[in-house]
Design a protein around this ligand. Structure first.
Ligand code: NAG
Ligand code: NAG
Ligand code: ZN
Length: 501
């Protein structure tokens, strides 16, 4: 992440001193997931995966295109490596396989599985409305437009794209059998066999246009927050016998170890959603009525640009409502003019006539059609911003946030969802963005925003607590009186590579 780079140099030195061996990790016991962050600090950080995808996290995004996979139909003449790495069963994939429907080309590297145990056939990592499926497949791709190989991509915010497929016990699955029949050749850790290629597309659901999308992480150490997740809506089945074969055939220990350790239950528990949203490419079906629709990332970027370099008077008139939590305009349709009139005129006298009801109406087209209340909207990503401020504060670089944001309007921090977030920017961020702008204009805008937010029926406690009503001139970096960081940010960047997804 961008902000971690500020301290990269210091960390480089520290990391070189530390052991270069990958630390052991498991799914249970003293090296279990609650202890991962001791050796792999990202595991205790932001944007972690998997998550429990609950309905209220969903935001319909009409711009999400169907996933397009290429060269997934492999010939039996192509040899694939099937391996047991002690954490999962993994199949290497040829680099001619790729996804084309994302902003970059993502080239396939490998696929692997997570599953339950013979006594408990529930081992998917992602859950949907708290339902855990029997197993989950991850097809791991890396951004080959930007990085030469997966090792270079794995720790970059836009480095990886993973396709997730949920499996339920039911009908026999012939595609699954294509590698399962070789599984006894890789019973022990670090064993590998060559297997004939098969149609990997058959391991994906028929519909590639219906999926959940969010920003997350590797679900295994080192847990880099580098994954653009696509979890397909529709699950596949495997037979009970197939599931049992997967759940009982493998060991996470080496062949020569005296006590064999069965390899099963290899799933990480759901992580904090942390104000992320989950974009969905579909909105038909049970429980999906009233799903919010996202503000376009383009609009959001425009606003940020305008805050940084644009005409603030324009924003005060035209853009103010877009910075506010959606829903406001429904509750205060008539207050908009009040707000303007209360505002002392210096910014916007010339623009005042633009602010008429028809403009207002036009500007709120298709916003806020959901069931979420006002209280929820302004919280969007506030905690992420807090993390950033906290991080910068620890490295005594509080003032760099504006520069960091200005550099490229967020492309490097994993802020894809952030830009998609329904409720736009948090006030602290707006204020930081406004620093450095002409003082009276910025002050005016800041005041209007504060006033508008205070007018809300239920003001956000976060904003209320963390943003003292200071004068613009005495703005200080926003204090973060929330719980202390559980993990020392920033994190070592150069941890040894050992990862599966
Ligand atoms: C990945 O690319 C980097 C940079 O070109 C190179 O140094 C490294 O050896 C490559 N790693 C692998 C595993 O190919
Ligand atoms: C608003 O929603 C309606 C109905 O869903 C749609 O027909 C229209 O094109 C939308 N307008 C915009 C500007 O997105
Ligand atoms: Zn995985």
């Amino acid at each position: 992440m961008l902000f971690l780079r500020f301290t990269l140099n210091i960390l480089l030195q520290l990391t070189l001193l530390s052991a270069l061996h990958a630390a052991k990790w498991t799914y249970s016991g003293p090296e279990g997931e609650h202890h991962w962050s001791k050796n792999y600090p990202y595991c205790g950080g932001a944007f972690q995966s998997p998550i429990d995808i609950k309905s209220d996290l969903l935001r319909f995004d009409p711009t999400l295109r169907p996933i397009e996979v290429h060269n997934y139909n492999l010939s039996p003449h192509e040899q694939l490596t099937l391996g047991n790495n002690g954490h999962s069963v993994q199949i290497s994939l040829p680099s001619k396989m790729y996804i084309s429907s994302l902003p970059h080309r993502y080239t396939a590297a490998q696929l692997h599985f997570h599953w339950g145990s013979s006594g408990r056939p529930a081992g998917s990592e992602h859950m949907v409305n708290s339902k855990q499926y029997a197993a989950e497949m991850h097809v791991v791709h890396y951004n080959s437009d930007k990085y030469p190989n997966i090792s270079m991509a794995v720790d970059k915010s836009d480095g990886l794209a993973v396709l997730g497929v949920l499996f339920e016990v039911g009908e026999f699955n012939p595609a699954f059998e294509q590698f399962l029949k070789f599984i006894n050749g890789i019973k022990y850790r670090d064993q590998k066999v060559q297997v004939p290629g098969f149609n990997i597309r058959a391991l994906l659901p028929a519909r590639l246009d219906e999926y959940y999308r969010y920003d997350g992480s590797l679900t295994t150490p080192p847990c880099y927050p580098s994954v653009l997740w696509t979890l397909f809506r529709n699950h596949l089945t495997i037979s009970r016998k197939q599931f049992m074969s997967l759940a009982t055939a493998l060991y996470s220990s080496h062949a020569q170890d005296s006590a064999p350790v069965p390899l099963n239950g290899n799933y990480r528990k759901p992580q904090l959603v942390d104000n992320r949203v989950v974009l969905v490419s579909f909105k038909e079906g049970r429980g999906l009525q009233g799903t919010l629709t996202v503000t376009s990332p383009h609009t959001r970027k425009q606003i940020i640009q305008q805050l940084l370099v644009g005409d603030l008077a324009d924003l005060a008139d035209e853009g103010l409502y877009r910075l506010l939590p959606s829903g406001l305009e429904k509750i205060y349709p008539g207050k908009k003019n009040n707000l303007k009139n209360q505002q002392s005129g210096s910014v916007s006298k010339t623009k005042q006539q633009m602010l008429n009801p028809s403009m207002w109406k036009k500007s709120q087209i298709n916003r806020s059609v959901g069931k979420l209340g006002l209280a929820e909207a302004p919280l969007c990503y506030v905690s992420l911003e807090h993390k950033i401020f906290r991080q910068l504060k620890q490295s005594h670089a509080e003032n760099q946030i504006v520069q960091a944001l200005r550099d490229a309007v967020f492309p490097d921090l994993n802020l894809k969802s952030y830009l998609d977030c329904k409720s736009d920017l948090a006030l602290p961020t707006i204020r930081h963005l406004l620093r450095g702008r002409p003082t009276d204009e910025a002050f005016e805008l800041d005041r209007s925003l504060t006033k508008a937010l205070m007018n809300q029926g239920k003001p956000s406690t976060v904003i209320k607590k963390t943003v003292p009503m200071t004068k613009y001139g005495s703005l200080t970096p926003v204090p973060v009186p929330r719980k202390p960081p559980s993990q020392g940010y920033p994190h070592p960047w150069l941890l040894p590579m050992e990862w599966e997804d």
